[in-house]
Design a protein around this ligand. Structure first.
Ligand SMILES: Cc1cc2nc3c(=O)[nH]c(=O)nc-3n(C[C@H](O)[C@H](O)[C@H](O)COP(=O)(O)OP(=O)(O)OC[C@H]3O[C@@H](n4cnc5c(N)ncnc54)[C@H](O)[C@@H]3O)c2cc1C
Ligand code: FES
Length: 272
């Protein structure tokens, strides 16, 4: 039976291909993977212990049938671990622990959703878009990047061909809105009627500054928001406390583990 409990699996790479600045990797695993959008995996594919720690990657897609499964990741090379991943080939083994963490809460019917991805943060929100598409959910997507070439391929975007669904934003104006995605979101929020704001929930993943800005805009207008944080991680399953973030607890603040209580949090809780 496919399990939602975290487990360690040995995978075998089926594909690991570059698409502009991103890589997309598909891996065969021994059983079907079930996950909640926003959950992640700890991944390592290099021989030996250098680097010592696996790296966290959002589960981008998973499928398969009983006794045979596939899982996909999308990543950008930023350092040693992701560079090593990018050099792996079809047939190479991959060590994966998944599904980890607490994903997005998509429970409420009849809501409207805005999904915001900054940089490679789209890899965390697209699975939420795919789940909402299946349930015929009402959602729009805001995607931000420095420049046109750093946006994800259109065919990866859930519902990407539907008119009005996707809002591209670039810092240099080479595609879509000219400016940070947070500004586009704030301007759109200001154009909504109170009844439209009342139905809306924002889900976002991206650089911390982007999340902080959008959460200020959303919360000031009473729009609930869930943020997925991408802190550095060591163990990935709650043991080392290397990934903590400060949260509000009544009048005080406390620490929560991004890998265990997160990576998705209610934006109201976060001390930025
Ligand atoms: C829950 C979660 C899900 C993630 N999902 C994805 C994903 O789907 N795709 C993807 O490309 N990345 C994702 N990330 C980020 C990814 O884990 C890091 O980019 C990766 O661990 C970097 O490893 P590295 O060895 O290549 O870089 P390192 O050598 O560890 O670091 C290289 C540089 O990047 C900086 N850096 C490394 N990690 C982070 C970070 N988390 N935040 C800010 N700066 C960092 C370092 O400070 C350093 O300057 C996710 C992170 C988390 C916590
Ligand atoms: S990474 Fe070890 S507790 Fe979160």
């Amino acid at each position: 039976m496919p399990s939602k409990r975290p487990r360690f699996v040995g995978g075998k790479i089926l594909r690991n291909t570059g698409h502009g600045i991103f890589y997309r990797m598909e891996v065969a695993v021994p059983d079907r993977v079930e996950f909640v959008p926003g959950q992640f995996a700890m991944v390592s594919g290099w021989p030996g212990n250098d680097p010592l720690l696996p790296r966290p990657l959002a589960i981008f897609r998973a499928g398969g049938a009983r006794g045979t499964g596939t899982v996909e990741f999308v990543y950008k090379v930023v350092g040693r671990g992701t560079a090593l991943l990018s050099g792996l080939h079809e047939g190479d083994p991959l060590s994966i622990t998944l599904p980890l963490g607490h994903g997005f809460e998509l429970g409420a019917a009849d809501r409207a959703w805005w999904l915001v991805g900054g940089g490679v943060g789209f890899s965390t929100v697209f699975p939420a878009g795919a789940a909402l598409s299946e349930g015929r959910g009402d959602f729009e997507m805001f995607l931000g990047a420095r420049t046109r070439d750093q946006l994800p391929p259109r065919e990866w975007i859930p519902g990407g061909n539907l008119p009005g669904r996707v809002h591209l934003c670039t810092d240099d104006g080479t595609a879509g809105y000219f400016g940070p995605v947070g500004d586009a979101v704030r301007e759109r929020l200001d154009g909504l009627k109170a009844s439209e704001r009342g139905r809306l929930t924002i889900l976002a993943c991206g650089p911390r500054e982007m999340l902080r800005g959008i959460s200020e805009s959303a919360l000031a207008r009473d729009v609930p928001m869930q943020v997925s944080l991408e802190n550095h991680m060591a163990c990935g399953f709650g043991v080392c406390w290397g990934c903590v973030t400060a949260v509000r607890e009544g009048e005080k603040s406390a620490y929560r583990r991004v890998c265990k209580e997160g990576p998705v949090f209610d934006a109201r809780e976060i001390v930025w």
